[in-house]
Design a protein around this ligand. Structure first.
Ligand code: SAH
Length: 294
């Protein structure tokens, strides 16, 4: 039976609002920053093979905050290099925020930003159309693989662009997170459209294993305060619920039974810790660093 639920991704305005609220209520970016400061330096130290000009690609870079943090570490390991950075981002709102952020910084002269207002698959088409042969040293896809039609084809294409010693960094929710549990339980009922895939790093690892690709992985412990979701009619709670289920206006459009089942699981110990009147959802992420095929 066709699902009557609409995906949140089709409404960029509401998606962006929900995403920003999620960032406020979670330690999502803090745990990525810890990773960037503590583990990424060794990873970027191994790329480039002594080259003075590096090529990087950010797929689904959002407003660029995380990209720029990564560049700070890359710069420390490769002082004096110049970088071409291809930003692949379909949301004009996000791309605009990224450009504003870049314009406010004075220490980014070594980076040439190439703005690609398009999806990952449109970028792939363009790349092939222009018969591009240049290879990238560093590619990242952070919290974006949920939004592509074909996760495996996307990984395969971008990995094929890596130069020798290049690295592909993927960050998604971990299979052991509350997200993993929620999506495994309701996949059939929530997956409202082709482009909202409820993927976790377990899916990516299975794929890389089946292709014989070498990779390393790191779990990033993270939490999200979802207490507001349990106050009927609370506007922030409704936005967070949309973000959790990836369904547009979930509270108003889901059947009472599905809603009740989702709410029950959200506060179940499999997903959350309930203490001191707060419901704290397990938002653990996982980073996968895949090697170049060369
Ligand atoms: N990487 C950023 C943003 C993550 S949100 C961060 O971690 O902060 C996911 C981003 O992917 C959004 O900016 C969204 O616009 C973008 N996106 C959605 N569909 C996409 C697609 N098909 N190809 C590339 N990016 C996409």
């Amino acid at each position: 039976m066709a699902s009557p639920l609409r995906s949140l991704v089709y409404d960029d305005n509401r998606y962006q609002k929900a995403f920003h609220l999620f960032l406020e209520r979670s330690s999502e970016h803090q745990c990525m920053q810890d990773f960037i400061r503590n583990i990424l330096p060794d990873i970027v130290a191994s790329i480039g093979n002594g080259k003075s000009h590096l090529i990087s690609i950010g797929v689904g870079s959002g407003d660029g905050r995380i990209d720029l943090e990564m560049f700070s570490e890359l710069r420390l390991k490769h002082p004096g290099v110049t970088v071409d950075h291809e930003v692949v981002e379909p949301s004009s709102q996000q791309l605009h925020s990224y450009k504003v952020l870049v314009s406010q910084k004075s220490d980014l002269d070594y980076i040439t930003f190439k703005w690609n207002k398009m999806t990952a698959s449109e970028f792939e088409e363009q790349w092939e159309l222009k018969q591009m042969t240049k290879k990238a040293d560093f590619i990242h896809m952070i919290q974006m693989l949920y939004y592509v039609k074909d996760v495996e084809a996307t990984i395969r294409f971008f990995r094929s662009l890596l130069d020798k010693d290049g690295k592909l960094v993927i960050i998604l929710v971990s299979d052991e997170s509350g997200w993993g549990k929620l999506w495994r339980t309701f996949r059939g009922q929530l997956c409202a459209c082709q482009i909202s895939q409820l993927v976790t790093t377990a899916d990516v690892k299975n794929f890389l294993d089946s292709e014989g690709v070498q990779y390393k992985s790191y779990v990033l412990p993270s939490q999200m305060d979802i207490t507001e979701c349990f106050t009927e009619g609370d506007e922030s709670g409704e936005l967070l619920l949309d973000f959790l289920t990836e369904v547009y206006r979930f509270s108003r459009t889901a059947s009472p039974q599905l809603k009740a089942d989702v709410m029950k699981l959200l506060r179940d110990p499999a997903c959350s810790l309930v203490a001191d009147g707060k419901v704290v959802f397990n938002n653990n992420l996982e980073v996968i660093v895949a090697d170049s095929p060369r």
